[in-house]
Design a protein around this ligand. Structure first.
Ligand code: SF4
Length: 374
């Protein structure tokens, strides 16, 4: 059996709601800060309104939690009505909110067309990390991932990605969780297969909402052109690679994309990212009993990590409904940890978070977030 809609492709499936082609009101969260200022400026100029209206609206968008233009109370009513005719500020509705006994919170967001995506808030020490989705479903078909088995539904727009942050920020404020300090693109979907929306969303979170680039991590299963594009950006966004196997043959059975971008090519892209950015890349390695935890693989993993000076997260497998797999034994996980340490590789074993609410982002990766988001 293989996951539904397996494409093993790094091409970008089409965007059903292409904002640039849309004729309706423009979503305020779809625009980069520069685009937002320019559009608002034109709008208010045409209405003979003072320029400070632009700043007023920007503050409502980035610094407040209002969920509609009608709530922008320092704008005259007529201006709110005119603004609402040209722009919108729709946010996803929380279909469910699940709170774990360890504080982890999973939101299932219902989008305007009824599709559901998830985001996860993970409190830890002084940080509050938000894991967000970049696609509804996923086309990558990774065999260890619940989302991969469910297949691809559609791309998210930049507004739908950013809205998960904005709505989660409001929830966190209202429930004494404090401020979101880190964002990771580790929820549903492969972010680098939706670069058309993910790139502007990175810009909006960074320059609009003021989240430092080093506090934003993009996680990929190995979309090489996307890694190169991320490396070419001037900001210092972080990169995490879902590795899960240190040799091509085995990796292909877990991540179909390995056939298109085999490990040597992938490591070359990681090396270029590392050298270009001067930032440490994180490897995620989900340990599945009898599948990818043979002792012979530990030194191979160590070699790959040492080669690009990666940090390694060892993540005990979190069972999914579609596979009869189990997590590696603690002894085996410890064997890997020691082998990596002895090879001089920085490594952490991640304790699962939010297991009682199934908060692993469908990818068994949430338990790696705390370290990655540091
Ligand atoms: S692990 Fe990531 S890329 Fe692979 S199927 Fe799951 S969501 Fe998609």
């Amino acid at each position: 059996m293989t996951p539904a809609s397996t494409r093993s492709s790094d091409s970008e499936p089409s965007h059903p709601r292409d904002a640039s082609a849309s004729t309706g009101p423009v979503h305020l969260l779809e625009l980069t800060p520069e685009e937002l200022s320019a559009r608002l400026s034109r709008h208010f100029e045409a209405r003979r309104q003072p320029e400070f209206r632009v700043d007023q609206v920007r503050k409502w968008v980035y610094e407040s939690s209002v969920s509609s233009i009608g709530e922008m109370s320092n704008l005259p009513l007529t201006e709110r009505e005119a603004l609402a005719a040209a722009f919108r500020l729709a946010e996803p509705e929380a279909a469910t909110v699940s709170r774990s006994k360890d504080g982890t919170v999973k939101h299932l967001w219902r989008l305007e067309d009824g599709k559901v995506v998830e985001s996860v808030l993970i409190p830890a020490e002084s940080r509050l990390t938000l894991c967000i989705s970049s696609q509804a479903g996923c086309a990558m078909g990774c065999t260890f991932c619940a989302t991969g088995w469910s297949g691809f539904s559609r791309q998210l727009s930049a507004a739908e990605i950013v809205a998960q942050y904005r709505a989660s920020r409001r929830w966190a404020e209202e429930h004494d969780y404090g401020s979101i300090t880190n964002v990771v693109y580790m929820g549903m979907g492969e972010p680098l297969s939706n670069r058309k929306a993910v790139h502007p969303s990175l810009t909006i979170l960074n320059r609009g909402f003021g989240l430092g680039a080093r506090r934003i991590t993009v996680s990929t299963v190995g979309v090489v052109p996307g890694i190169a594009e991320l490396a070419a950006r001037p900001e210092q966004f972080e990169l995490a690679l879902s590795l899960h196997a240190p040799e091509s043959e085995l990796r292909r059975t877990l991540i179909p994309l390995e056939k298109r971008h085999p490990l040597p090519e992938l490591m070359e892209a990681i090396r270029a990212f590392r050298e270009g950015k001067g930032r440490r890349v994180t490897f995620e390695y989900t340990m599945i009993r009898g599948i990818n935890d043979a002792p012979r693989l530990a030194p191979m993993l160590a070699d790959l990590a040492r080669d690009v000076q990666a940090f390694v997260n060892l993540i005990p497998f979190n069972p999914i409904p579609y596979q009869d797999w189990r997590p590696s034994t603690p002894d085996r996980v410890d064997h890997f940890r020691r082998a990596l340490e002895e090879a001089g590789v920085s490594v952490a074993v991640r304790a699962p978070r939010g297991q009682d609410i199934d908060a692993a982002c469908g990818q068994l990766r949430a338990n790696a977030l705390v370290q990655i988001a540091k």
